[in-house]
Each structure stands twice: as structure tokens, then as C-alpha cells.
Design a protein around this ligand. Structure first.
Ligand code: PAF
Length: 288
């Protein structure tokens, strides 16, 4: 136990974490789990709030998982604000924070597994961040085996991550309910993200182009022809020198396959990713 207050416990060791969760389960208490990489913001706190509303005990993990970063510089620059995070979790009413070490999460023999779910893992983030989802699923699997949650809560800002984890749980019959939670936005529309902490004030304003472009798609989806719609939104909001767009698409929200026409499927999601001032941002909007 690293430090316990009357309001929140902080555990570092895998054995202690498992013992706590086993005890909760034996007492018949449901465990809600919010896995994070720290640098917490209102988006994470909305996941804690949902977990609190649906479960007896809420556990949050903070672990910057090295195996899901394909760019070593991104890993190095990832914001780390553990003390402030724990304070935020305490005020949000989270019961326990798990802050394991790299050695604890990746003991000898703990390999990163390969997962191939077709388009779900190969397109979009899969294309631009090779190996990313292997790292994500590997760590989420290990965390689930330690934290033993009944339900786990994921933000839909990382829509593809949420879809991939939902698919993994389905395919591998993992007995954890995956709950997707709406993206939380600043009043400007900018999706809250830990990486926003690395943007200058000017870049924060520029970054609102992503949510504006997504809203344009939402408001003009009667155009139906996805290529024409994306071109128009790009011209209006994205074609600026300081934005290096990686992808901007409308996909089937179940399979994440790109669509030619909005009307091809019942549920569509718009996905966007790119760099602003060297910081990689992603955003999503379900169109119906
Ligand atoms: O979304 C994140 O913060 C991470 O990808 C997760 C799910 C905590 C796994 O490291």
C-alpha cells in the first residue's frame, strides 16, 4: 500500500490489487473499472461517475503502457501528473487507484500478443500506429486479470479502441461488460484529451477544426456521397498548413469499414486523426 487516506486507497502491487478485488467479489460487491494512462481530465471523471452509478466499488488504474506507443518520442512526452490525478480521483469519489510498475505489468514471460480483427485492427489507428492495438489489448487483458472487474468503462473519443476491446471481449469470451461513454468536449467543441496539455493556446484554437469538421458531416449527412461530403468539410476546416491530417473518414460504426454512401448502413461514425504542432490528436462523432 503506497499511501491510504480515509477516502481513497492507492495500490502499487499486483498481489495487493488482486487480493482487494477478490475480497470485493467474495463479498458480492460489483467492481467497475476505469483503465487510464493518467493526465486525467473531465473525460476520465465522467467515466468514474458512470462507474460509480453502475457499480459498488470503483477502481481506476494509472499506467502509461509502453507497448502501445509506436513512437518512442510520444511515450517520452506523454504527460505524467500522478499526484494531481490521485487528488482528482479522490474528489470524484473513486474508491481505489492502482498504479503498477512496468515490471509488475510486464514480468518475465509476459509477451505482447498479436490480435488481428480485420479492418477493426488494421485500418485508421492500426495503419498509422502499427502494433498499437496489440499493446492495448495485451495491457487491458493483464489489467482485467488483476482487477477482476464486472464492468469496464471506455471513452468513445478513442472510438476504434473501444470497438477493438468490445470485439476482443466478444471473440475471447471475456466475462467483463464493456461500457462505451460519450466523448466529453470543451465549450469550443474540442474533445478532451490528455495530449491537449501539450498544445499552445493558439494550437488549442486550431484543434477545434477537428470537431467543427465532424459536426459539419453530422449536419450535412443528407449529401450521402461520403467522398463529396468529406471534401467539402476538409476545404472548410482542415486544409490549413498547420494541420497534418492522417485520416478523415466516415465508417460503418460496427466494423469501421469505410463507407461510400451514408445510407449504406444504419449506423455510421466519422473518424479523424492528425498532427497539430507535433501533437497527434484524434476525434470521433457518431452520425446517428
Ligand atoms: O485509453 C487509454 O488510456 C489506454 O489506451 C488504456 C485503455 C488505459 C490502455 O493502456
Amino acid at each position: 500500500m503506497k499511501g491510504t487516506s480515509c477516502e481513497i486507497a492507492v495500490l502499487q502491487h499486483v498481489d495487493e490489487m488482486m487480493a482487494f478485488s477478490t475480497k470485493c467479489r467474495n463479498e458480492g460487491r460489483t467492481i467497475g473499472f476505469v483503465p487510464t494512462m493518467g493526465a486525467l481530465h473531465e473525460g476520465h471523471l465522467s467515466l468514474i461517475a458512470k462507474a460509480k452509478a453502475e457499480c459498488d466499488v470503483v477502481i481506476c488504474s494509472i499506467f502509461v503502457n509502453p507497448t502501445q506507443f509506436n513512437d518512442p518520442k510520444d511515450l517520452l512526452l506523454y504527460p505524467r501528473t500522478e499526484d494531481a490525478d490521485i487528488e482528482l480521483l479522490k474528489s470524484a469519489g473513486c474508491d481505489l487507484v492502482f498504479v503498477p510498475s512496468v515490471a509488475g505489468m510486464y514480468p518475465a514471460g509476459q509477451e505482447v500478443q498479436d490480435y488481428d480483427f480485420g479492418t477493426l485492427t488494421s485500418e485508421w489507428e492500426g495503419q498509422y500506429r502499427p502494433g498499437h492495438f496489440n499493446g492495448v489489448i495485451t495491457i487491458v487483458k493483464r489489467l482485467f486479470e488483476i482487477v477482476l472487474p464486472h464492468k469496464s468503462f471506455f471513452g468513445k473519443k478513442d472510438f476504434q479502441q473501444f470497438s477493438v476491446i468490445r470485439e476482443w471481449v466478444k471473440r475471447f469470451e471475456v466475462d467483463v461488460e464493456i461500457v462505451g461513454c460519450d466523448t466529453v468536449r470543451a465549450s469550443s467543441g474540442l474533445a478532451l484529451s490528455s495530449r491537449n496539455k501539450r498544445l499552445s493556446n493558439e494550437q488549442v484554437i486550431l484543434a477545434t477544426a477537428f470537431s467543427k469538421a465532424l459536426i459539419f458531416l453530422q449536419e450535412n449527412k443528407q449529401i450521402n456521397d461520403v467522398k463529396a461530403l468529406i471534401e467539402e468539410a476538409s476545404e472548410l476546416f482542415i486544409e490549413k498548413e498547420q494541420i497534418q491530417l492522417q485520416y478523415f473518414t466516415i465508417a460503418n460504426s460496427e466494423t469501421l469499414e469505410p463507407l461510400e454512401n451514408i445510407s449504406d448502413v444504419k449506423h455510421q461514425v466519422a473518424l479523424i486523426a492528425g498532427f497539430i504542432g507535433g501533437v497527434r490528436l484524434i476525434d470521433e462523432l457518431e452520425l446517428n
